[in-house]
Design a protein around this ligand. Structure first.
Ligand code: X2X
Length: 344
């Protein structure tokens, strides 16, 4: 027996129809080890467990465990347990974690093209969004991520149309954005856009948003309503203005080496599970959004609906669209305009 490697023992144990039979050879503990998964993927994200992203990702993880007969396990680390977005992006590239769901805004610090979906006031509704992101624009962006060393599943997950909350007063037009101390994600596009609107934006990781609002390091933030709900931002904000200023989604990205090491059958099981879960998650977010205004009002937020024209005009005047068309390049910009119409 001494020439048998641990790996060979594991294989033998895995092949044994009745693991207990190995007990007679004194291998009971090895047989137990054989039940351990061959592939463990650590998955980090920045959202509370109650967000549909975590609920559906856990379902996908269970499905993968069952369909792979225990060969693959996804371990979820929600709510910035492994660090903020910038930390997790570094970890998924180095292989410290295998999976991460960054917002497109955040991936753009690595692959600038990825933020194209977040151009201000580009998408007007979800039918435009999913046609583009499940179609040519999404394919373009995934190729850009791959060049930067990140694999991704086909289906993007929803974050939502971003809205503006403040502790100071409602945003009713571009004028009321003037000098607003607003937190935005770590993303050049967000910074530039809010500067174009006349505000005074600061980039902070999501892990710092609640406390920076609470201590008035910033007076405002912008996020889709389901995030305002699950992260309880209504506790530290008074006004919510439905600015709908950009659509944001999460890419499910994977460390390239870890993905390539995964046998084809497990790749198929994992991508099927996560792509199906994405569609359910989109539906969850839609339902949450439908009910969110009434819920947030009941929790004390004062809600208003500003018209978009003054914001668009301010961005045009600031040269925002011309600047970002140049940065994204004609090919990406054309793909976006094919979905939403002429922008500038
Ligand atoms: O950081 C944010 O605001 C969030 C939660 O929307 C993102 O992940 C970009």
């Amino acid at each position: 027996m001494t020439h048998l490697t641990r790996r060979a023992l594991l294989r033998a144990a895995a092949a044994a129809p009745v693991a207990g039979a190995l007990g007679t050879l004194g291998l009971a503990s090895t047989a137990r080890a054989a039940a351990a998964p061959e592939f463990v993927f650590k998955y980090g994200n920045n959202l509370p467990l109650t967000h549909p992203l975590n609920v559906r990702a856990q379902e996908a993880a269970n499905q993968i465990r069952d369909a792979s007969k225990g060969r693959m396990e996804i371990r979820i680390f929600p709510n910035n347990q492994l660090g903020g977005d910038t930390d997790m992006l570094a970890q998924v590239r180095s292989g410290g974690i295998e999976m991460f769901t960054p917002s497109a805004l955040v991936v753009s610090t690595l692959a600038p093209a990825v933020a194209i979906n977040a151009v201000g006031f580009a998408f007007s509704d979800y039918s435009q969004v999913w046609k583009a992101m499940d179609g040519p624009l999404g394919a373009y962006v995934r190729a850009a991520m791959q060049k930067a060393g990140l694999e991704s599943f086909e289906r993007m997950w929803d974050n939502g149309f971003r809205q503006t909350t403040t502790s100071t007063g409602p945003i009713v037009n571009a004028q009321t954005m003037r000098n607003l101390k607003i937190r935005v994600p770590v993303s050049p596009l967000s910074i530039d856009m809010f500067k174009g609107l006349g505000a005074a934006p600061t980039s902070l990781q999501f892990s710092e948003v609640y406390s920076s609002l609470q201590t008035h390091i910033v007076d405002a933030q912008e996020n889709p309503l389901p995030i305002v709900q699950v992260a309880k931002l209504y506790e530290v904000q008074k006004f919510c203005s439905l600015t709908n200023h950009m659509w944001d989604g999460y890419w499910f990205v994977l460390n390239q080496r870890a993905w390539q090491r995964l046998p084809k059958d497990l790749q198929a099981i994992a991508s099927d599970a996560f792509n199906q879960a994405a569609l359910k998650q989109r539906d969850d977010v839609r339902k949450l959004n439908d009910a969110a205004v009434a819920d947030l009002q009941a929790k004390g937020l004062s809600i208003n609906r500003p018209a978009p024209d003054t914001f668009r005009a301010a961005l045009r005047q600031a040269g925002f669209y011309a600047e970002w068309k140049g940065r994204f390049g004609n090919q990406a910009w054309d793909l976006l305009e094919q979905s939403v119409g002429k922008l500038a």
